[in-house]
Design a protein around this ligand. Structure first.
Ligand code: COA
Ligand code: NAP
Length: 260
């Protein structure tokens, strides 16, 4: 189904973790459908550069530096955006960190760091946005991963954090639905030319094995995730809440008979 090219016209959207990769692609897609954007990540230089690329494509965007592990910083950004632009219509929470490490060699701080960024960071983003959300009508989308549903070696930290995001998505959907706020998640599979995939597919052979094990044996594109998020944000999804859209080429299915 194609979306009306102006379906998000004038909607006030915040995309967190948008200096690169999938979330920058999502920001681009939301902007192309008419949303007015605020984008956030830790690095002032990286988020400013991302805003420049969006502006070059005609997107109305402001940029803000903040770490999702710092609730006060997020509260200040949400307040600044809402004061300048009005109630927030769309929040995309996608900041994350990852690295490959066996559990036996993972330090407690390594595990904590990923849970802090991915899971607690998502709660920090959504709770900072909550007072400023448009009611009814706001849409919140979290970026999760197949790790939430499928155990993977060297990924105990990311699996635990992303599984927590899926349950948080359902809990907030339940609590906030009566106010007209929808909360959903999108789970990308391996997406080409991203930091996340580079950190998992550490060499060409492993990349090929990951690709070959998918039910749809190709790497995804950023636009695949942009389209899934845009659909959730549109009126077409007005009765959809508390769910995860698996936009993963079937990665979560765990193909036992993947070719060697
Ligand atoms: N293997 C094992 N442990 C690692 C590691 C690795 N490759 N990289 C970091 N760690 C450990 C550190 O040793 C540290 O633990 P310690 O204090 O016990 O030594 C802990 O993780 C925190 O590392 P630090 O570098 O201080 O964290 P940070 O907050 O500066 O950076 C990361 C966060 C580590 C996730 C960093 O890689 C990052 O910023 N990633 C963002 C980009 C990204 O991961 N993109 C993919 C998204 S899916
Ligand atoms: P990426 O380019 O590294 O994107 C991560 C983003 O998060 C960057 O903008 C980074 O910017 C920001 N970030 C990291 N830590 C932060 C923090 N503490 N506070 C604020 N911002 C922070 O990686 P990606 O591969 O595109 O991944 C994007 C999302 O998709 C993640 O949620 C990831 O788990 C998910 N995902 C990716 C894949 C894949 O194949 N790539 C598959 C499944 C799920 P700064 O460095 O400027 O802070």
């Amino acid at each position: 189904m194609s979306l009306d090219p102006q379906c998000l016209s004038g909607r006030n959207a915040i995309v967190v973790g948008a200096s690169s990769g999938i979330n920058l692609g999502v920001a681009h897609r939301l902007g192309s459908l008419g949303a007015r954007l605020a984008i956030v990540s830790r690095s002032e230089d990286r988020i400013a550069a991302a805003a420049d690329t969006l502006r070059a494509d005609g997107v109305d965007v402001t940029h803000h530096a903040g770490d999702v592990r710092e609730p006060a910083a997020l509260q200040a950004i949400m307040e600044e955006v809402a004061n300048a632009k009005g109630p927030i219509d769309i929040v995309l929470s996608g900041a994350a960190g990852n690295f490959f490490v066996p559990a036996a060699k993972m330090s407690p701080n390594a595990f904590k760091t990923i849970v802090d960024i991915d899971l607690i960071g998502t709660f920090n983003v959504l709770s900072a946005a909550y007072p400023h959300l448009r009611r009814p009508g706001a849409v919140l989308v979290n970026i999760t991963a197949p790790q939430a549903q499928r155990a993977m070696p060297m990924q105990a930290h990311a699996c635990a954090a992303k599984a927590g995001i899926d349950m948080l998505t359902r809990c907030l959907a339940l609590e906030w639905g009566a106010e007209g706020i929808r909360v959903n998640a999108v789970s990308p599979g391996p997406i080409a030319d991203t930091e996340g995939l580079a950190r998992l597919a550490t060499d060409a052979d492993l990349a090929e094995r990951i690709r070959g094990a998918l039910a749809l044996p190709r790497f995804g594109q950023r636009i695949d995730i942009g389209n899934a998020v845009a659909w959730l944000c549109s009126e077409a999804a007005s009765f959809v809440t508390g769910t995860t859209i698996d936009c993963d080429g079937g990665m979560r299915l765990g193909n036992l008979y993947a070719p060697e």
